[in-house]
Design a binder for this molecule. Structure first.
Ligand code: SF4
Ligand code: SF4
Ligand code: SF4
Length: 304
């Protein structure tokens, strides 16, 4: 049966991407936060065997694709995965599925990344599911400055932060300072009888706070760094870092403002990073940190 271009476009928007043979489709399954239950995995194995070619592939953005599905079976696949609470999709000029690292369980994790990803999924992937943007909008949540999920190469990236401060009264001026020897950025130095932290070099990884046997390194601020306008692909742009460390709640509000600003000011087919370069980072940062975008949400979303 010949499949029309209109039908291909329609099913692509539902997460069914044409295979190279021109006859079959790969269905893209959204994982919400990169975690699937055993029951969901079993369901997908059954879908692959019943409707696909028996294979399941992992995408670079934490979704799964099952290739080899015929056009006639698309509705059956959607119904089958829905039995275990899964949906298909994740294409088009809109908020894309969020990617997070395993910061929730990782020994370096400073954020509950998977829980934050679920929040983002519900509030923005689902909440803005019907909102057409100038281009795709990718989001990543990383648990620490090791940047395993490369947050700064996404339109909006969050990285966990734990900014240390030395309690000079608790510091005993040890002969061998464990903070100095454990700092991966060589930001901590033993000088003048105590440990000093070079703020220019410190990336707020928080490792030193676990190393001092006398608890002399305390938390000054914990939260998130935010990067905006990153991209990786045909063109590359490292995300611009916003000034400051933000709470998760603040970061999610800034994320919502970023999406609204992109909707309001982005030109057709323009990525968020290009929009930032066109408007100017200072202006964009001011809008995101001080602007009234959330108050104007309804008005912005009514824009065609
Ligand atoms: S970014 Fe940090 S918290 Fe996340 S997986 Fe990598 S090391 Fe772990
Ligand atoms: S920071 Fe901790 S390990 Fe380093 S000199 Fe002070 S007390 Fe010793
Ligand atoms: S937070 Fe990380 S980079 Fe900064 S001083 Fe501590 S160990 Fe070094």
């Amino acid at each position: 049966m010949a499949i029309s271009a209109a039908d291909r476009k329609r099913v692509k928007s539902q997460g069914f991407l044409s295979n190279r043979d021109g006859e079959h489709f790969s269905v893209r399954i959204i994982t919400e936060n990169g975690v699937l239950s055993a029951s969901q995995l079993k369901n997908l194995s059954e879908v692959a065997e019943r409707f696909g070619n028996g294979n399941i592939s992992f995408t670079s953005r934490m979704t799964l694709e099952l290739p080899g599905i015929s056009f006639e079976n698309i509705e059956a696949v959607k119904e089958y995965v829905a039995k275990d609470g899964m949906v298909t999709g994740g294409t088009g000029a809109k908020v894309r599925p969020v990617v997070s690292c395993k910061g929730s369980v990782c020994t370096f994790g400073l954020l509950d990344t998977q829980a934050i990803a679920t929040q983002i999924h519900k509030r923005f992937f689902e909440g803005y599911g019907n909102v057409t943007l100038p281009h795709k909008f990718k989001i990543a949540v990383g648990g620490c400055p090791n940047n395993c999920v490369k947050p700064d190469l996404n339109d909006f990236g969050i990285t966990g932060q734990n900014r240390p401060v030395l309690n000079t009264e608790a510091c005993r001026g040890c002969k061998k300072c464990l903070v100095e020897s454990s700092c991966p950025m060589q930001a901590a130095h033993f000088e003048e009888g105590t440990c000093q932290i070079n703020r220019e070099l410190c990336n707020n990884c928080g490792i030193c706070q676990r190393k001092c046997p006398f608890g002399a390194i305390e938390t000054h601020t914990s939260g998130c760094r935010i990067y905006i306008g990153g991209r990786w692909g045909k063109q590359i742009r490292h995300g611009s870092m916003l000034k400051g460390i933000f709470s998760v709640e603040e970061a999610l509000d800034i994320l919502e403002k970023s999406i609204l600003l992109f909707k309001e000011k982005g030109q057709p087919h323009e990525r968020f990073g290009s929009m930032i370069d066109r408007i100017g980072l200072d202006k964009v940062e001011q809008e995101l940190l001080e602007g009234d975008l959330l108050q104007r949400k309804q008005q912005i979303l009514e824009k065609a």
